[in-house]
Every structure is written in C-alpha cells, then in structure tokens.
Design a protein around this ligand. Structure first.
Ligand SMILES: NC(=O)c1ccc[n+]([C@@H]2O[C@H](COP(=O)([O-])OP(=O)(O)OC[C@H]3O[C@@H](n4cnc5c(N)ncnc54)[C@H](OP(=O)(O)O)[C@@H]3O)[C@@H](O)[C@H]2O)c1
Length: 328
C-alpha cells in the first residue's frame, strides 16, 4: 500500500461503506474513460464498477479501455451497485442526473460546469444537502500541483502585504485543432468558451478575490467572450474566454496584482489525470468525514453557474440596453 493509499484509507477515521468505495462513471466519451475512468480504475482504494451510458456498446467499450468494470444502461441498476458516482457528461445532462444520484444517497464527484442554468444547479445543491452525501466539483487548475503551489504563495503574499486588487485570466483554446478530442462536442459548440473555460477561470479568480457582485459581458469575433467582474469590496477581474481561437493563438494565462506585486502564471496543460487523482483523494476524505462538506462542493459549483448565467443574460440583451456606455 502506498503512502497515498494509506492516507486515503484512514482519512477521517472511517469510511461509511467498508474500506473500498464502489465507484462508477456516468458517461462514455473521451473524458469519461481517459480521465475519470482510468484514474478510478487504477486506484487500489476504489472498487471500480464500470460506466453508465445511453449506448450499451460504448459503455462496454469504455470499461474495456480501462480494463475494469462493465457497461450499464439502466441507471437504477448501476446505482444499486455503487456508493459513489463520477459524472463526465455535458452539463445540461449532468445536473438532473447528479440530483437523481444524490437523492439515491450516493456521493457525487462532479465535473464543470455543474449545469447550464441556475435552477438546475440549485436542484443539485438541494439534493446533496437533503441526502447528506459528499460532493466535489473537479476544478482542474486547483488540483494541478504547479497552480496550487502558485496560489498558496499568492495567499501568503496577500497575508503579508494586503489583499489582491485585480485578476486577469485569458483562456484561449481551439477545439478545431486536428485531433482535439472535443471537436464534435455539441454543448461546447453551442455554449462556447464562456461555459467551458469560464468555470476554470473563475476557480482561479475566486481563489484570490471575494465573491462576484456584478458582471458585464461582451462577445467578439470567433465567439470570444470578455467578462468584467466586480467583486465585493472593490477588486475587479477580467476574463477572456474562447474555445475557437486561431490555432496559432492558443494560450491560458493568469495575472494578479496588488500591494504584493504583479504576478503572472502561464497555466499548465498537462498532468490532468494526476490532478484528478488528487481530487479523488479529497473526495474520499470528504466521504469519510461526518460532515461531508468540501470547499468545492455542489454549492460552490452553483455559485459559478450563477456568475456565468448573469454573463449570459448580459450577452442576450440588445447592445443599447447593456450597462456599458457607448463611446461618443
Ligand atoms: N475538468 C476538466 O478539465 C474537463 C476536461 C474535459 C471535459 N470536462 C467535462 O466533462 C464533461 C463531459 O465532457 P465531454 O467532453 O465528454 O463532453 P461531450 O464530448 O460533449 O459529451 C459527449 C458525451 O456525452 C454523452 N451524452 C450526451 N448527451 C447525453 C444524454 N442525454 N444522455 C447520456 N449521455 C449523453 C455522449 O454519449 P453518446 O456517445 O451516447 O452520444 C458522449 O459520451 C463536461 O462537463 C466537460 O466540461 C472537464
């Protein structure tokens, strides 16, 4: 048993269901098997049961790819066989399934964004609270070692010099790059960088600044969305988000400023499964704890949905009705 296994097995003093949590993945696409399924199937402290999908062939194929478990198409049958579920489905599919999973008394490891509208997100929050299960939203950057260490250092600087006054995040990817696994992702095409990158960018901003109080938004070429966020107490953040950047113009970068200086980090693109493995560590600890609470729980994820929804409502308004002033 590795040190990590030992820690997970004993975290919080107890597990509610034996020593190995029975775990399954909802979803059969690339991210479902490559990340969620591969990591969960490879852990010695998890009993990996398999994949649920609407297509039996794809569910069986996902299980074959990770070499563990089997495919399910009946969600009730799957839920009878597990203690916890990870979800890797489009957000509008994830939210109602997550609420159903939680109401069945199963712990739920969520992906981002939780939902595409606040009502659906709030239903997940209510289901998790009512049933007392653990929830955690996989905010990738926060689990990447390089980013987590950078954020820790910035928190120390803020403690020493005063709070940060602004954050700018630019997330520009291109799902049209040949070989990109999300080239056919319908929800990304429909909802764009705002909903795909937005949760990632907000996870950084909300690690450094107080909650968001007001949102302005504009849409540019290639579906690039620009958000201006006003935070409680006065700090500002600026987010530029797109999944359809020119292939030569892809980059994700964050800059923070305040009395502790100005700091920029080029955001890493790798070590995604390592980050997910750390998220599973924390999820298992939350399951083992009596309170089941976690800072990145369903309620946290719903606050991110609320910000993105406010931006979406701004973008839907006629230009002359937006709060930005026209240039004379
Ligand atoms: N945290 C991260 O860094 C990260 C990275 C990548 C993805 N993700 C998240 O992972 C989730 C899934 O991403 P993705 O890229 O796999 O999305 P996607 O490619 O758009 O999703 C397609 C998958 O969803 C299934 N699906 C679609 N509608 C369904 C329905 N009504 N019922 C059951 N299954 C349905 C499809 O099944 P069929 O094959 O049967 O059509 C397919 O397996 C998203 O929330 C995304 O944001 C997170």
């Amino acid at each position: 048993m590795t040190a990590r296994d030992q820690e997970s097995a004993t975290a919080g003093g107890r597990r509610d269901v034996g020593s190995r949590l029975r775990f399954a993945v909802l979803g059969t696409g690339y991210w479902a098997w490559w990340c969620h399924g591969t990591v969960l199937a490879g852990r010695s402290d998890v009993d990996f049961v398999g994949f649920w999908g609407r297509d039996a062939t794809k569910a069986d194929a996902a299980a074959a790819r990770v070499g563990r478990g089997r495919g399910f198409t009946d969600l009730d049958v799957l839920l009878d066989a597990v203690d916890a579920v990870a979800i890797a489905l489009p957000p509008d599919v994830q939210a109602p399934l997550a609420a159903r999973v939680a109401r069945a008394g199963k712990h739920v490891l969520l992906d981002k964004p939780l939902a595409l509208d606040p009502v659906a997100a709030d239903e997940v929050v209510a289901a998790v609270a009512d049933s007392g299960v653990a929830s955690l939203s996989f905010m990738t950057y926060l689990f990447q070692a390089e980013v987590a260490a950078w954020l820790d250092r910035l928190r120390e600087l803020a403690a020493a010099h005063g709070p940060w006054e602004g954050v700018a995040v630019s997330c520009a990817g291109s799902i049209d790059t040949p070989g990109n696994p999300y080239i056919d992702s319908v929800w990304r095409r429909e909802r764009g960088g705002l909903w795909d990158w937005g949760p990632h960018a907000l996870s950084l901003v909300l690690s450094l600044l107080p909650p968001v109080e007001r949102v302005s938004a504009a849409r540019g070429v290639r579906d690039t969305v620009h958000l201006g966020l006003e935070h409680a107490g006065g700090p500002l953040s600026a987010l530029t988000l797109t999944v359809t950047a020119p292939q030569s113009a892809q980059e994700c970068v964050v800059t923070v400023w305040g009395p502790g200086g100005r700091h920029t980090l080029s955001l890493p693109t790798g070590a995604l499964r390592e980050a997910y493995d750390r998220a599973v560590d924390q999820f298992l600890k939350a399951v083992a704890r009596g309170s089941r609470s976690h800072p990145l729980d369903a309620a946290y994820a719903s606050r991110i949905v609320a910000v993105l929804d406010a931006a979406e409502r701004q973008l839907a308004r006629p230009a002359e009705q937006r709060t930005t002033a026209p240039i004379a």
